[in-house]
Write a protein that binds this ligand. Structure first.
Ligand code: SF4
Length: 274
């Protein structure tokens, strides 16, 4: 895409044209498989939900206090109180999605890298409850333990196509994941709000503190599994995340939610507390 059209689309985003702030990303995605998959199996297959989601998205953009396409490090739609209220009323906790780039990784040292590999949905701890020394410093392990305690399914996010197939399409067609807590890069936050709203998800989006993709080029490489930098979550965000997940059990929970879980079982690419 030429520099002129990029600038033009950037301006549309900055000016929140038609109360939409995902022009640049959408146009860059026109020829990508993830976009077509979502368009055919979500937008065309569910026009009423699409219109409802688009309305909700435009209202969210219109009511946003600042004009920049950037968002707070912890963003909740609907607001946190309602997100928690909805989450507490459900039989299972919100899905917790963690980017694969949170895995420990050193291209030159396998002993300090994740034993389950890099750009995939696998994790020794989530799959078998096993850990290696390197897992002790891994956010996926730390947050996975907490998610298990709260009865939340866990999903290691890789490409946009897989996120559409594993999370968005099962939600829009069968209502499998009505709420999600996703930990991802600020660039992805801008892009993911609209499709999640179309699919009818309540979302809590938490941005990485460092190592994130800064633009579409870096994002596309990471989408193809090319990402050497390890992303991190800072103490402030960790505290917020623990606070929100901690509040899940403050009020009545269903019989299923009040049970204790010992391990995950894998169903497709998602790990369910079992
Ligand atoms: S906890 Fe899972 S993702 Fe993290 S290093 Fe261990 S095997 Fe890899």
């Amino acid at each position: 895409m030429g520099t002129l059209s990029q600038r033009f689309l950037g301006r549309l985003d900055k000016g929140r044209f038609w109360n939409v702030q995902v022009w640049d990303f959408s146009f860059r995605s026109l020829s990508r498989e993830y976009a077509w998959l979502f368009f055919l199996r979500a937008v065309l297959a569910h026009p009423v939900k699409t219109v409802r989601g688009l309305r909700r998205y435009r209202r969210f953009i219109r009511e946003k206090k600042h004009w920049d396409p950037e968002y707070a490090r912890l963003l909740s739609i609907p607001d946190e109180t309602i997100f928690l209220q909805h989450a507490r009323g459900r039989k299972s906790g919100p899905l917790v999605g963690l980017g694969f780039c949170l895995k420990p990784y050193d291209p030159n040292g396998s002993s300090v890298s994740c034993p389950s590999g890099r750009a995939n949905h696998n994790c020794l701890y989530l799959e078998r409850g096993e850990t290696r020394l390197v897992c002790t410093g891994c956010s996926i392990h730390e947050i996975g333990c907490l998610a298990l305690d709260k009865g939340c399914p866990v999903y290691i996010m890789t490409s946009a196509k897989d996120i559409a197939r594993d999370l968005m399409l099962p939600q829009i067609s069968r209502g499998l994941f009505p709420a999600a807590v996703l930990i991802l890069c600020p660039y992805s936050v801008q892009a993911i709000i609209l499709p999640l709203l179309i699919c009818g998800l309540d979302m809590l989006l938490l941005s990485y503190a460092s190592g994130s993709c800064a633009d579409y080029g870096q994002w596309l490489k990471a989408d193809r599994g090319i990402k050497d930098e390890r992303t991190t979550i800072d103490d402030d965000s960790r505290e917020k995340l623990l606070g929100v997940l901690g509040k899940l059990e403050d009020v009545e929970v269903s019989g299923i939610r009040s049970q204790r879980y010992r391990q995950f079982r894998r169903g497709g690419n998602v790990f369910y507390p079992g």
